[in-house]
Design a protein around this ligand. Structure first.
Ligand code: MTE
Length: 400
């Protein structure tokens, strides 16, 4: 048995690495069909090591520290978070920086396993705004970063990373310590009993099984902060990067905000469409997201390899949750200005005449966000194969 024998898992999840640690994504069609909120069963999982075993009876006593450059170091239990802090609920999409890495590995092998396009999922996260916790610890003037450390002991130490202190203190960024997903306590794979959730940024910053918050003047020096979740310049190859730590030490290459990305769920890649007997139109559809709270403002579809584009419809399901500002949502307050920020995926769709689909073998989609950042035509290959977001292409086959 693996160290994770205690962790229940849905058989529909596709394992992307060996038996252990557990890394998986759902089939894209299943993920899409779940709709806006992904159930924890089909939510993608990215674990660097064994899942800490925490009994239900131990959850309230789970303790983490707030330390480092603070006037008032703290030890806080989950019980304290529930009793002494205001709890909020936000819909948030998490995305692994490796989402769509498989396409990079096909071009040239990177140092990373092959995610398809389903390394992305959305849940209602309930917990405490991290700002409220840090404020009680009173950061000193020279403090600039919040380092986070999990309870999973890995070959290179505990998993950890950092974000800027001023992001944590900005209420519009929604950075939180969450204990519930979709109204139920976190499941073991997703950080039971407590995790950080950093909206709009790569999943790698959302530390699970959180044990320490360390306020510092410098970014995290944790091994996983330095050697993971980076986009090194494209000319750095795996051998060169292994010999030369200078590439990794450059904080400019660390990934924070997500960039625009999209994928087509229907039709599926390589699907054989029996067009002759199909209805007159096919509703081509999929998801899109961007980062940093920036909304996806357009999704475009091309049937001629990018010569011409058509505008797809977009459903911002996230907006329907704004109606819950009356505090009724799972007991949580929503104090972000939800009209200004978007921390969730959206769904695009476009009806295409089946006669037109008959004449094409591939469908491209690209998304643009409110900063006019657009998915590029060309891939930016890098040694960790992260943040892959060129136009998403599927190939279809017509059967008669
Ligand atoms: N936190 C800890 N403690 N250990 C981990 O291995 N993986 C990170 C992040 N937090 C990780 C972690 C990465 S790379 C991602 S993408 C997200 O958790 C995945 O969160 P999920 O498994 O709940 O989807």
């Amino acid at each position: 048995p693996t160290p994770d024998a205690h962790v229940p898992r849905d058989p529909r999840l596709i394992r992307l690495t060996g038996v252990h640690p557990f890394n998986c994504e759902a089939p894209l069609s299943d993920l899409y069909n779940e709709g806006f909120l992904t159930s924890p069963d089909l939510f993608y999982v990215r674990n660097h090591g064994a899942v800490p075993e925490v009994q239900d009876s131990e959850c309230l006593d789970w303790e983490f520290s707030v330390e480092g450059l603070v006037e008032n170091p703290l030890k806080i239990t989950l019980r304290d978070l529930l009793q002494e802090y205001e709890n909020v609920t936000y819909p948030i999409t998490l995305v692994c920086a490796g989402n769509r890495r498989k396409e990079q590995n096909v071009v040239r092998k990177s140092k990373g396993f092959s995610w398809g396009p389903a390394g992305v999922s959305t849940a209602l996260f309930t917990g405490v705004v991290m700002r409220d916790v840090i404020a009680r610890a009173k950061p000193l003037r020279k403090a600039k970063y919040v380092c986070m450390e999990g309870a999973d002991k890995l070959p290179n130490g505990y998993y950890g990373t950092s974000v800027k202190l001023n992001w944590v203190m900005d209420p519009n960024r929604g950075i939180m310590l969450a204990h519930k997903m979709n109204g139920a306590p976190l499941t073991p794979d997703h950080g039971k009993p407590l995790r950080a959730v950093i909206p709009g940024q790569i999943g790698g910053r959302s530390v699970k099984w959180i044990k320490r918050l360390i306020v510092t003047a410098e970014p995290s020096d944790n091994w996983y902060h330095i050697y993971d979740n980076r986009v090194l310049p494209t000319m750095v190859d795996p051998d060169e990067s292994a010999k030369n730590p200078k590439w990794w030490m450059d904080e400019r290459y660390a990934i924070y905000d997500l960039s625009p990305n999209a994928a087509t769920a229907f039709p599926a890649h390589d699907e054989k469409l029996t067009i002759a007997s199909a209805p007159e139109t096919y509703n081509v559809r999929g998801y899109a997201y961007s980062g940093g709270g920036r909304r996806v403002t357009r999704c475009e579809v091309s049937l001629d390899k990018g010569k011409t584009w058509r505008l797809a419809n977009i459903d911002y399901a996230e907006d329907r949750y704004r109606a819950y500002e009356d505090k009724s949502l799972l007991g949580g307050r929503l104090d972000m200005d939800w009209r200004e920020t978007s921390f969730c995926w959206c769904f695009w769709n476009l009806d295409i005449a089946t006669s037109e689909l008959q004449g094409t073998s591939d469908i491209f989609v690209r998304a643009m966000d409110e900063a006019m950042c657009i998915m590029p035509r060309d891939m930016y290959w890098s040694v960790l194969g992260m943040m892959n977001n060129p136009w998403y292409r599927i190939v279809i086959h017509n059967e008669h």
